[in-house]
Design a protein around this ligand. Structure first.
Ligand code: GCU
Length: 680
């Protein structure tokens, strides 16, 4: 059915007739490209289909190379000029930027390149679908050139941290025959202006590199190219040894270098517009350059040099390098230090087509983290920020947790590099340090479920990611309102309800899971899902809370702790190093304090825990009733689907509340002021 979720925010639901009739009759789309693989062609078809569905107007497409009378013209600025169009009014566009004008007789949708024309078409359709017929003329340019999705799909069809079905790319070790869903996915990605996707898991094997799968890779690229999405792949560092039969995978060994160079040639033969490679190495048991006593830069540069002769391919080298057998008995040990420890001194050593991919926080997509200090420790090496649309630690898509407000805490943070304004979004956009290849990546765990993520509400995170990667100053409320109108309908009750639940969701989740920067207190050993505050400590993963009978938190200070605060530039380091100036929400991230430590709110740490868990669970328990207002306003299919998950979340929030509060009262024996929490 059209309501099963496949079209997500591209449903193009018919506008109510009283709104629809206010739009003038459109007669013809002129598309300045007739190649079926061109995003301009895709855009013309999308416009035709969307206008039919939204406005109930049937409209022809004319593929032309000269300007003829039309009501919509779609193409690149260059093709427009050479077709005789007057492009004087159009400001100079950045790569992937577009011009949209709905003023005058003809709607102009003109991209800096073909992909950008498609972005403009989606923007125009988004306006129409929201019943917005205003007269506008503006250029829209991206924050940053790299705006990618990372799939964590395995060749056997499973998805690492996937909660929405099986892979749309792979099954039984090979690329799927039917790639319909891949094209539909590319359509979604293009509509949020992403321009690339890494199609296989960072924990990669080498089987993608066999001849059959390389052909399959070509089919994936072909399915996504009409949407302007280029693809890249994750590589397994030890492939030369394990697949190539060499005696080593040493990145400085000439045979290894040659092996990767040959492989790269083969990959480019099937995917001539390859984005590049994503590398996870020396992380969580994966081999890497350190295995061969080489530096991380040696490893990254080997791939960079294999790519170089073929075009603009980049190596995305993940900063997620750490020792997962860390000794907790040593109070100086700290996983949060790893990225800077490993990468800072290599800053001058990476080739120019290496980009370091940095998770937004120092640990691992927790409910609350400060920004990774590595964002302030690279000057010459370009970087991207890595988000996780997949809600691995955030309720795994059976809880609503709308992430843009969380991401904004990172993007809006001022790192004060050299005492100057250094907003994280300005760093990753390249503005602050004059970088060229930088931007955004996000782990996206779409699967073959018709809802893509297993939950309709979770799709706001994918939509929001694209919006922020394009324009990080977009507001989290505006984003979810647009998404709600496009996904569920323009009715005010719908928009207000979806917005309210979404905006309350991350604070609620933080309240009923882990507070004050202690991290998501889920089971970290196996599921990463339900509550298990005891699982953080007593193992080598380094997500420690150091909770004992009297005190809790990681001492990351310079004087007595792990010195992690000192990895931030001076002004920020001073704030985090001092209990008085550390914001409450990060107190236990940076400090080890007694449970009776007073917060700025005047409450003790332990009372805050108790209260927050009640408040958070109470909020989650309002979600089903809030949602009930939408009965009859949206289709029953999606209404019931969401209702079921919200009921689950409401109940699970109570499980969380009682498990976490029960754990801490047992540990410290300090009673709850309100007498709710007990050992009963
Ligand atoms: C998390 C996640 C792993 C993943 C890893 C990564 O730790 O649990 O499944 O492989 O991140 O980002 O590489």
């Amino acid at each position: 059915t059209p309501e099963n979720g496949i079209d997500a925010w591209l449903r193009y639901a018919a506008l109510p007739s009283d709104i629809r009739i206010k739009h003038k009759q459109l007669s013809r789309i002129v598309a300045l490209s007739s190649s079926e693989t061109s995003p301009v062609y895709t855009a013309a078809k999308e416009l035709q289909d969307g206008i039919n569905r939204i406005l109930n107007q049937q409209i022809d497409i004319l593929f032309a190379t000269t300007i003829v009378t039309s009501t919509i013209i779609i193409g690149t600025v260059a093709s427009f000029s050479s077709a005789g169009g007057n492009a004087q009014e159009i400001p100079k566009l950045k790569e992937d930027g577009f011009w949209l004008s709905t003023k005058g007789e003809t709607v102009q949708i003109l991209g800096q390149n073909e992909r950008a024309a498609l972005y403009g078409a989606f923007e125009y359709l988004s306006m129409l679908a929201q019943g917005n017929f205003s007269q506008v003329a503006y250029a829209s340019n991206p924050n940053a050139p790299i705006r990618w999705a990372n799939q964590w799909d395995n060749l056997d069809g499973s998805i690492e941290r996937g909660y929405g079905g099986k892979s749309i790319f792979f099954k039984n070790g090979v690329v799927l025959d039917d790639l319909t869903r891949v094209a539909q996915y590319a359509r979604l990605l293009a509509s949020i202006r992403l321009n690339g996707a890494i199609v296989n898991n960072v924990n990669a094997g080498y089987n993608l590199l066999n001849p059959l799968n390389l052909k399959g890779l070509a089919r994936i690229a072909n399915a996504m190219r009409p949407y302007g999405i280029r693809i890249g792949i994750s590589l397994y560092f030890d492939s030369p040894r394990e697949l190539g039969g060499l005696s080593t995978s040493d990145p400085l060994d000439p045979q290894v270098i040659k092996w990767w160079s040959n492989i790269t040639t083969l990959v480019y033969q099937v995917v001539p517009d390859l984005l590049g490679y994503l590398i996870k190495a020396n992380s969580e048991g994966q081999p890497g350059p350190l295995t061969y006593n080489r530096t991380l830069a040696d490893g990254a540069n080997m791939f960079a040099r294999a790519l170089k002769p073929h075009g603009d391919g980049v190596v995305m080298y993940r900063a997620f390098v750490y020792n997962h057998h860390l000794d907790e008995s040593d109070w100086k040990n700290d996983r949060a230090n790893a990225a800077v420890d490993y990468f800072k001194d290599l800053d001058t050593q990476f080739d120019d087509n290496v980009v370091i991919q940095i998770k937004f926080g120092p640990i691992d997509f927790q409910v609350r983290e400060p920004p990774s200090p590595l964002f302030a420790n690279l000057r010459q090496t370009n970087a991207v920020i890595e988000f996780m649309v997949a809600q691995e630690y955030l309720g795994q898509q059976s809880h609503v947790v709308y992430q843009p407000p969380l991401w904004k805490t990172i993007l809006d943070f001022d790192m004060r590099i050299d005492g100057k304004s250094s907003i994280v979004s300005d760093i990753v956009s390249g503005q602050r340090l004059n970088w060229g290849r930088c931007g955004y990546a996000a782990v996206v765990n779409v699967g073959n479920d018709t809802t893509w993520l297993g939950s309709h509400m979770a799709m706001a995170n994918l939509y929001g990611y694209g919006r922020l990667a394009w324009n990080s100053s977009d507001n989290a409320v505006d984003i979810v309102q647009d998404w709600a109108r496009l996904t569920f309908g323009i009715d005010k009750t719908i928009v207000d309800t979806v917005t309210k639940i979404s905006m309350e969701s991350w604070p609620a989740y933080e309240n009923y899971t882990g507070n004050l920067g202690i991290q998501t207190l889920c089971d970290i050993l196996y599921t990463h899902f339900g509550p298990s505050p005891g699982s953080q400590d007593g193992n080598g993963w380094g997500q420690w809370t150091r909770a004992n009978a009297h005190s809790i938190g990681m001492d990351r200070t310079l004087s007595t702790g792990t010195k992690n605060s000192g990895q931030y530039p001076l002004e920020v380091a001073e704030i985090f190093d001092n209990i008085e100036t550390t914001p409450d929400e990060l107190l236990l991230w940076f400090h080890h304090v007694p449970y009776t430590q007073k917060l700025k709110s005047g409450k003790t740490v332990i009372q805050h825990f108790y209260d927050a868990h009640y408040t958070g669970a109470e909020t989650a328990q309002t979600f089903p009733a809030q949602w009930a207002a939408l009965k009859g306003l949206i289709d029953d299919e999606r209404f019931e689907h969401v209702a079921l998950r919200l009921a689950y979340q409401a109940g699970h929030s109570i499980v969380w509340r009682d498990a976490v509060n029960g754990f801490y009262i047992a540990k410290c024996g300090i009673p709850d002021d309100a007498n709710r929490v007990g050992n009963h």
